[in-house]
Design a protein around this ligand. Structure first.
Ligand SMILES: CC(C)(COP(=O)(O)OP(=O)(O)OC[C@H]1O[C@@H](n2cnc3c(N)ncnc32)[C@H](O)[C@@H]1OP(=O)(O)O)[C@@H](O)C(=O)NCCC(=O)NCCS
Length: 210
């Protein structure tokens, strides 16, 4: 019998920010954002062979979507579309995935994210990551979340620093991005640390509103 993986599917909401599973109908919006943000996203992401426009076309989204759905179905990922509700309508603005989930004695996963540059600096991704981590540690049953970031990526490092992730590793030539093997700083957080804060979203609200 088919059993749903812990914590999936889910819709998570904090104010105007909504995290939900991707839909096939996201193809046009996803492709428009990804194509408009090539210079913003490409220094920080690995991507498939092919031009940026090809791998971010509405047709390519079908494959991306199928891959994300498969990972969610097998319990290896929790891939959320990040949406913003404004002026009575909800639009796709970014992405947060809890990926590479390993259970048994690890119960760990890696978080990856991006946001449309047109809404950057508004705290969308810290809110989205806080929602996803609380969910992963709660209904998702995970114990540890890691984030790996290129040292040069100051905005992304600010996201994890504001959320209170611990810097705990330096991975030399860790991932092939933008044409070369790139070093990454490893950040992590465990469910005990988050529980001590009353949840990551609660912590983020305190930091944001202070
Ligand atoms: C990293 C990223 C997801 C942050 O998302 P966000 O929703 O803008 O996050 P925040 O609003 O908390 O802003 C984070 C930092 O970005 C910087 N920032 C703020 N406004 C900005 C803008 N308009 N443009 C660029 N950077 C900006 C600031 O340093 C800010 O830190 P601060 O709050 O201490 O001032 C986003 O910059 C992004 O998508 N970058 C490209 C892809 C990427 O790096 N993904 C992560 C790979 S590890």
């Amino acid at each position: 019998m088919f059993r749903r993986p812990p914590g999936w599917p889910a819709v998570l909401v904090d104010g105007p920010i909504v995290l939900r599973p991707y839909r096939r109908s996201d193809a046009t919006a996803w492709s428009e954002i990804r194509r408009a943000n090539q210079g913003w996203l490409s220094p920080w992401e690995s991507h498939l062979p092919g031009s940026w426009d090809e791998v971010n076309s509405p047709v390519a989204f079908r494959f991306v979507h199928a891959d994300l759905r498969r990972s969610a179905r097998t319990g290896e990922g929790m891939p959320f579309a990040v949406c913003l509700r404004e002026e009575g309508r909800e639009r796709l603005v970014g992405h947060v995935n809890v990926g590479s989930i390993v259970r048994r004695a690890f119960c760990s996963g890696y978080v990856g994210y991006w946001v449309d540059s047109r809404v950057a600096g508004r705290g969308v991704i810290p809110t989205a990551v806080a929602l996803a981590v609380d969910h992963a540690f709660g209904p998702g049953g995970l114990h540890r979340i890691e984030v790996n970031i290129r040292p040069e990526n100051t905005p992304s490092r600010r996201v994890v620093e504001k959320l209170g992730f611990r810097e705990e590793a330096y991975h030399v030539r860790y991932m092939h991005i933008d044409g070369a093997w790139r070093d990454h700083i490893g950040y992590a957080m465990t469910s005990e640390e988050v529980a001590a804060e009353g949840g990551l979203l609660a912590r983020w609200h305190r930091v944001r509103d202070s």
